[in-house]
Ligand binder design. Structure first.
Ligand code: ATP
Ligand code: MG
Length: 401
């Protein structure tokens, strides 16, 4: 039996340990710059955007740590922080789909209230959450929005004052999963109006640091006041072949394994297309199927098999079902049958034997259902790269249209 070891891969949660956070020097640098600007009274609000599972929450986590004085990542990446260390008063909130702007504002304020109570024994401030709660949660009309911003900004300014008295660098509001909000939640107007109002009122040491999936954030942008004009966009790319390989090899090394696959970078990129979530999943499963401490091509194949028949079977099966029946399954089958991950539309047309115009609505629906994404005009790929492996192993579903 192989000796037991700690799995270095974490496909199910964001990276919290700065020593395990791979790459990303540019976005980290940019976001540390935002911290510096906010501390210096030149607020720069940021929104991290990228594909599902690309590492947005992990990046936000690292910036949260840095903002709270943890210098491990910035030291390792040799990034000039501009200060010895940061000491912000920060709260973190994960949005959920039922929340309106009122809920969000309330959640932020109550988090500050408990944070202040916890950290400042001399805490005397009254945020008056009760009064705020009375605003209600109506799907807003414009007067309600104005009122909301007024009430929110006046309370946040008390937090800012308290943080100043406490010699903090300023106030940071981390908001993750922004893509979950509904377009009618008015959250994007809330951001825009609040950030403008804060600047107007001279409250310049307060910053928002958010994250959300690219497409969804663009949708907010279309449907509401321009959030991307108020926020600096920090787009997070996928990892390239070499980076993906390095994440795997580092993990293997850390757990005392050796990998003898010459083409690990190439092959792993084929099934993960640079998304760190499947990279971690692959690494974790390669370690789990291996029996001798030496990782080779058969461990790779076995890991993929295990992912599609066991570990992610249910998730992939429901994803496939979500694609829809009939023509949708045919399209999915065509995408899976191409020898590369990124599939030209011509190829799909040829495979399903239809003119492009005959199935363009289906393609849009598959994008909407997040089964496919469009890396370039005229090209499509599976959002979850493992879906391809699943379909190759199990075929598609015989569902009616
Ligand atoms: N910089 C990184 N180095 C190593 N692993 C990473 C890095 N960023 C993310 N990961 C890994 O990738 C996976 C997805 O990361 P994370 O949850 O941060 O992505 P996300 O973009 O927030 O996903 P979602 O869209 O589902 O919210 C996790 O398993 C995490 O451990
Ligand atoms: Mg996330």
């Amino acid at each position: 039996m192989k000796p037991r070891f700690v799995d270095p891969f974490t496909p199910n949660r964001p990276i919290d340990d700065p020593d395990r956070f791979f790459g990303r020097a540019d976005p980290v640098n940019e976001m540390i710059d935002s911290l510096f600007q906010i501390k210096s009274g030149n607020p720069k609000h940021t929104i991290v955007t990228g594909d599902r599972g690309v590492g947005k929450s992990s990046l936000l986590n690292q910036i949260y740590l840095t903002a709270n004085g943890d210098n491990r990542l910035s030291d390792r990446l040799n990034i000039d922080r501009g200060v010895e260390k940061y000491n912000f008063m920060a709260v973190w909130h994960d949005v959920d789909s039922t929340q309106t702007a009122n809920h969000l504002a309330m959640a932020i304020l109550s988090k500050f209230e408990s944070a202040l109570k916890k950290f400042l024994s001399s805490f005397t401030l009254e945020i008056d959450l009760m009064g705020f709660g009375k605003l209600g949660h109506d799907k807003a009309n414009p007067t309600n929005m104005t009122q909301l911003i007024d009430q929110f900004v006046s309370r946040i300014s008390k937090v800012a004052l308290e943080s100043k008295n406490n010699k903090n660098d300023g106030v940071l509001i981390f908001i993750d999963e922004l893509d979950r909000i509904q377009p009618d939640s008015l959250i994007s107007s809330f951001f825009k109006l609040t950030s403008e109002r804060l600047a107007r009122d001279g409250l310049k040491n307060i910053g928002f640091i958010c994250a959300g999936i690219t497409g969804a954030v663009q949708k907010l942008e279309e449907e509401h006041a321009s959030i991307l004009r108020t926020f600096r966009d920090a787009p997070l790319p996928r990892f390239d072949k070499r980076e993906g390989e390095e994440i795997l090899v580092n993990g293997f090394r850390k757990s005392g394994h050796k990998c003898i696959m010459q083409d690990l970078g190439e092959k792993s990129y084929e099934v993960t297309v640079g998304l760190p979530e499947p990279i971690h999943l692959l690494g974790s499963e390669m370690l789990s199927v291996d029996t001798d401490g030496v990782l080779d091509a058969s461990d790779f194949e076995n890991a993929i098999r295990k992912i599609v028949t066991d570990v992610r079977k249910n998730k992939l099966a429901s994803l496939l079902k979500k694609a829809g029946g009939g023509k949708y399954q045919k399209i999915v089958e065509a995408v899976a049958s191409f020898d590369k991950k990124i599939v030209p539309l011509d190829y799909i047309a040829k495979s399903i034997n239809q003119e492009q115009s005959q199935f363009s609505t289906n393609m849009s629906t598959l994008l909407e259902r997040e089964i496919l994404f469009k890396p370039a005009i005229g090209f499509y790929a599976f959002t979850d790269p493992m879906l391809k492996e699943y379909v190759k192993a199990n075929g598609v579903l015989a569902l009616d249209d």
